[in-house]
Write a protein of this length. Structure first.
Length: 309
């Protein structure tokens, strides 16, 4: 009895201390936020090739604002309603290109309300990811391309670029993004890649160990935008999840979906394989956010961090 009374006293003292602390620090911060800072970044340090989240809490503004314009370098970042219950909050996905220079940088946010036009810079740091160099041996004809193949690659690059730049602003995805199959990662995102001794850019997705014929599932709901055999990617499926997010699944041995088809999270889209520029069967999985390839596994984690709240 004595013991529990003691605990109640301790709790009482703790609550008083917490209340006075919040009176001392909480209020001025809220007022400052009210005037200047409805913006919150999930991290002020971002690895090149990662995604960070920008949360905008419009309840901290004098008036609700409908017309945000958010830019990171030359990319416009669409803003959409926060995907989990949160009154007046919006979300923007900030993708940091693999080629981004390390050091301080910023987002530019512009908006208007009844009092005028506003512009803010939100600073953050880009740090260099711990990416390795990978040496791969593939068919020489897939490295030193013939004129005909070069023309094909150029054509396909243009087509794929068009797909990625015409995504829907609506949000088709919901909840967490799931992995397209359960397996080991054989090659992470971001590795610098030497093909037959020549440096050929970086790995813009993640590779999973997969024999020919393993089921591959959609990471989230969306609309299929491309199903095709491409020179490098082999049989590929590209899914538009809305809000600037696309996923792609490459080197498939079979494709089970078709363009413009609405698909559900977890739906089988095809079977793994060894088509395109490969040195063996596997699944290559890529995610593009607002025109930038990002680390798919880090993207899954960062979305999970808000969904799991
Ligand atoms: Zn790959």
């Amino acid at each position: 009895m004595k013991h529990s009374r003691y605990i109640i006293v301790i709790w009482g003292v703790t609550i008083v201390i917490l209340a006075s602390l919040s009176a001392a620090f909480g209020r001025p911060r809220t007022e400052q936020a009210h005037q200047y800072y409805p913006f919150m970044l999930s991290s002020i340090e971002a690895v090149n090739g990662s995604t960070i989240l920008l949360k905008i809490d419009t309840q901290l503004l004098a008036k609700p604002v409908p017309d945000w314009q958010i830019r990171f370098q030359d990319h416009l970042i669409p803003v959409f309603k926060y995907p989990v219950q949160s009154d007046g909050a919006f979300l923007g996905l900030v993708a940091i290109p693999w080629h981004a220079k390390p050091g301080q940088t910023f987002l530019i946010v512009e908006w208007t309300d009844s009092n005028g036009i506003y512009s803010r810079m939100i600073p953050f740091n880009i740090v260099v990811g711990k990416y390795r160099t990978e040496k791969l041996k593939v068919n020489p004809q897939k490295v030193n391309l013939s004129k005909k193949d070069l023309a094909r690659v150029k054509r396909e690059k243009k087509e794929v670029k068009g797909i990625y730049s015409s995504g829907s602003f609506d949000r088709f995805w919901s909840g967490i993004f799931q992995l397209p199959l359960t397996s080991d990662v054989t090659s992470p995102f971001g590795n610098k890649r030497m093909f037959n001794g020549q440096l050929r850019s970086y790995h813009n997705g993640v590779d999973f160990r997969a024999p020919i014929g393993k089921s591959v599932h959609a990471a989230n709901s969306g609309i299929v935008r491309l199903t095709k055999n491409l020179f490098f990617s082999g049989n590929i499926v590209i899914i538009d999840h809305g809000t600037g997010v696309f996923t792609n699944y490459a080197h498939l041995s079979r494709i089970d979906v078709s363009p413009n088809q609405h698909i559900e999270k977890g739906q089988r889209i095809g079977l793994s394989g060894n088509t395109g520029r490969v040195n063996g069967p596997h699944l290559h999985w890529g995610i593009k956010v607002n025109g930038t390839y990002v680390d798919p596994l880090q993207f899954v984690d960062v979305i999970d961090s808000i969904i799991g709240q």
